[in-house]
Design a protein around this ligand. Structure first.
Ligand code: MCN
Length: 806
């Protein structure tokens, strides 16, 4: 519904991030900085094999060391009644029975096999090396192709290696394709990539015997998710786990709802020994065990009529799920986002997830959305080339209007891109630049310029007759076995996420918030969102400050502590501004109403005659006339503090839309993209709470996609050994790889979030793979027609190979 006017405007608010002085002056406190007296240190023995039977574990050498305190193996976990690694029931996936310390078999290189607890941090690595594990190596399933063949099964109790399937269908895609004059078929993909946060995972755990509860500090995107996972795996009520964070140095998805071994094993040691247990991942451990993302491939067929109107989209998405982790929604999200903002009358999309002997997959910034956008947008640029249309023009002919996009005007977004990127000048520049290139075999300059674009967004389908969606997402995967939504095995009670029914369970679309005003005029905002780089301390303070008229320097934001914030969802899926931010607004409005009620009683005036502004009670008709400060009202009422809390639920999710344009120079001699000369984003994330933060998020997101398109990736050998387990081998972008990203805005406020904001934290990443890969392929097509690289990361060797192949 179009009930807001879109405008191209610069938001006024560029409030500086209040958290930055602490980060920039070294005053921030990360978990590894925290030590307690009598801390013991945990170490893990990792499997050197991707797939092997464990014949024996000999801890005798370690246990005779004076530093040794305790040890645990998978069998000990079972004896302690620990359940298998939790799997989120959403979407349905085949239950994979695996423990946090391997039992019987190891299934990926780096999988923890045993844990030891020692008295000093310096002995840990030496002692880990003295644990002797005898393995019987087994053939490993390293690729999707091997997984499909099913000769080797990752789980012996499965009939094949399929972990999930899903479909989405509309109309008759096959029929429309066979009748269409223009048909494009491509095999597209994005390889496996790590979250690679700068701060590695860390836990610090003690056991409070008096209260019979675990005190767990960890590096997280959601304390409530870890509380839920521990409760589920221990089979205990959530209140037995008090979970906290301090400052968190990035997550990019890897610190969200994934269940890792470290907190659980630390809890067991802490209770067993009464000591405070600490563990910090080395960079190698982070790479070996941190859930990795992408690894999605799609056979795409796009068909258009003579006018360049899409008549059908067909896609088969395959995803390497590794050993199958807690979260498995990524390929389904790719499927859902794949039709983009286009009017697609016939659709036939499906997903198959395969298990392999690799670390579990999980969400990495975008969590499937960059793949979905890449699959359709790469096909759109190829279709434009096929028809002989400008890529922008092809998109103009196919985007839905504002009435089917909650008011977002994609034509206007593209108009803004044309203006801000100086599109016609850019096209001219490309032709001039490339006129110097005299052909592949010539001796002249070997530099070629390419331009690519991508459009991000969504369309509301009026006559939605999908057979798929989550309802359709429960196939038997070809295996014919039961698809269990539950934990099985040891503690197998059948409830996949143990939770007490009397407690509130929040959905992805909800967030909890509280605001509390003290008699001293200080405002505290409590939120279930959990910043780890996104600047919520600033934006959430701004929202409360705006609502209540209290200066931002008197507002404090509290998050990441299950005692202080009893309910919460967390920060992932670009959800915090819309859900958490709306909860802050809602709670602030409730607080205002409460304060006015109290004021009308203590002042004995009519409620309608007063208002709340600038932290004081004022005359409603003359807001400049202050009647009493909030402190005076609270004092008169005998209250030290008043507060209001809320659980706010969005009617539907609210995400930004945008258009990206990338121009780059390819060195055809070496296959290296030598420079991104221009990168422009026109973004519509609704009302910007803080423009500086929004632009920071977009720029960071784009750089994530640039590196994922050109060089970032996890590599394995044929036996499943990870070859890229340090930053020397795994390329993350540096400032040298970061192009100047120009960001422009349109503002179509969200109709569901109370603050008008739409999620933006992943949007830069979601659009950038397609824009960069399209630009690269545009350049390649100018070197040799037909040369293409369709799998990211398009490293120089793959670019070079595409030019060398006959
Ligand atoms: N914002 C705003 N106006 C809007 C929308 C958002 O001012 N219209 C602000 C928000 O208030 C918030 C920030 O922008 O301060 C991002 O908001 P939002 O889009 O709601 O995303 P989340 O806060 O939920 O952040 C999650 C998202 C994800 S999923 C990943 S992954 C990610 C990311 O954010 N990982 C990050 N950004 C990251 N940034 C850093 N520095 N480090 C990471 O690990």
């Amino acid at each position: 519904m179009l009930n807001q006017v879109s405008t191209e405007q610069k938001a006024a608010d560029t409030t500086r991030r209040v958290e930055d002085p602490r980060f920039l002056t070294g005053a921030a406190r990360f978990l590894d900085d925290v030590t307690a007296k009598g801390t013991a240190y945990m170490g893990f023995v990792h499997s050197p094999y991707a797939h092997a039977r464990i014949k024996s574990i000999d801890l005798s050498k370690v246990s005779s060391s004076p530093a040794f305190i305790a040890s645990l193996t998978g069998e000990d976990l079972i004896k302690a009644g620990i359940r298998p690694v939790a799997q989120n029931p959403w979407p349905r996936q085949r239950a994979a029975k695996r423990y946090h310390l391997a039992v019987g078999k190891v299934r990926f290189s780096g999988e923890p096999v045993a844990a030891i607890l020692v008295s000093d941090a310096y002995s840990v690595e030496d002692l880990v090396e003295q644990v002797e594990v005898e393995y019987e190596p087994l053939p490993a399933v390293v690729t999707i192709e091997e997984s499909k063949k099913g000769k080797v099964l990752v789980y012996d109790d499965w009939k094949d290696n399929v972990s999930q399937t899903a479909q989405e269908r509309k109309g008759d895609a096959e029929g429309a394709i066979s009748a269409a004059p223009y048909v494009i078929k491509r095999q597209l993909g994005i390889g496996r990539q790590a979250g690679a946060p700068i701060e590695t995972h860390c836990v610090l755990v003690s056991y409070d015997r008096k209260r019979e509860r675990y005190e767990v500090s960890a590096t997280l995107q959601s304390v409530h998710d870890l509380q839920k996972l521990l409760a589920s795996e221990f089979g205990l009520p959530k209140k037995k786990f008090h979970v906290k964070v301090v400052d968190v140095g990035g997550g990019f998805g890897s610190k969200s709802g994934q269940s890792y071994p470290w907190p659980l094993v630390a809890c067991l040691f802490a209770k067993q020994t009464g000591l405070t247990v600490k563990w910090t991942a080395s960079r190698m451990e982070e790479f070996l065990e941190g859930a990795a993302g992408r690894d999605e491939y799609c056979d795409v067929t796009l068909a258009c009529d003579r006018d360049g109107k899409i008549v059908a989209l067909k896609g088969s998405i395959e995803c390497d799920m590794g050993v199958s982790g807690t979260q498995a929604h990524m390929p389904s999200l790719s499927m859902w986002t794949m039709a983009g903002p286009y009017d697609v009358p016939n659709l036939d999309l499906n997903v198959t997830g395969y298990v392999t002997n690799k670390m579990p997959s999980g969400p990495v910034r975008g969590a499937g959305a960059p793949e979905g956008c890449y699959f359709i947008e790469r096909a759109m640029d190829e279709m434009a080339r096929e028809i002989g249309l400008d890529p922008l023009e092809l998109r103009r002919r196919n985007v839905v209007g504002p009435e089917r996009s909650d008011g977002v005007d994609y034509q206007a977004l593209m108009d803004a891109l044309v203006r801000s990127s100086k599109y016609s000048d850019l096209l001219r520049q490309r032709d001039e630049f490339n006129s110097r290139f005299k052909g592949e075999k010539s001796q002249g300059p070997r530099l070629v310029m390419g331009i690519g674009m991508s459009l991000r967004g969504d369309s509301e389908d009026e006559d939605d007759d999908d057979e798929g969606g989550w309802e359709g997402n429960q196939g038997d995967g070809g295996g014919g076995q039961d698809w269990s939504r539950s934990q099985q095995g040891a503690g197998g009670s059948g409830d996949e996420w143990a939770s007490e029914s009397e407690e509130e369970e929040l959905s992805f679309m909800s967030e909890w918030g509280r605001v509390a005003l003290s008699s001293g005029g200080e405002l505290t905002v409590y939120t279930g969102s959990s910043p780890h780089g996104q600047g919520h301390e600033t934006t959430f303070a701004q929202l409360a400050s705006e609502e209540l008229g209290i200066p931002i320097d008197r507002v404090r934001v509290v998050w990441g502590d299950t005692d202080l914030v009893p309910f919460g969802v967390g920060t992932f899926g670009s959800r915090s501004a819309a859900t958490g931010g709306s909860a802050v607004v809602d709670a602030s409005r409730k607080l205002k109403a409460r304060l006015l009620e109290i004021a009308s009683k203590v002042l004995r005036v009519d409620k309608e005659s007063i208002a709340f502004a600038g932290g004081a009670i004022v005359e409603a008709s003359q807001p400049k006339n202050i009647i009493a400060t909030a402190s005076e009202i609270l004092e008169k009422a005998g209250e030290k503090e008043i507060s209001a809390d809320t659980t706010f639920t969005l009617g539907s999710m609210s995400y930004s839309s945008g258009v990206h344009m990338c121009a780059l120079i390819l060195d055809a001699e070496t296959g290296v993209v030598s420079k991104i000369t221009k990168y422009v984003v026109v973004e519509d994330c609704g009302r910007m709470i803080n423009e500086t933060i929004v632009e920071g998020q977009i720029r960071g997101g784009v750089v994530h996609g640039v590196s994922g398109s050109l060089f970032e990736g996890l590599r394995y050998d044929e036996r499943g050994n990870l070859l890229t387990s340090t930053f020397a081998d795994y390329a993350i972008p540096t400032s040298m790889d970061s192009p100047e990203v120009q960001v422009f805005h349109r503002v179509t406020p969200s109709t569901v979030a109370l603050n008008g904001a739409k999620g933006v934290g992943e949007s830069g990443t979601n659009g950038s793979y397609a824009a960069v890969m399209n630009a690269l392929n545009d350049a390649l097509s100018r070197v040799r027609p037909g040369a293409q690289v369709n799998t990211a990361a398009a490293t120089p060797d793959s670019v070079f190979a595409s030019l060398s192949s006959p």
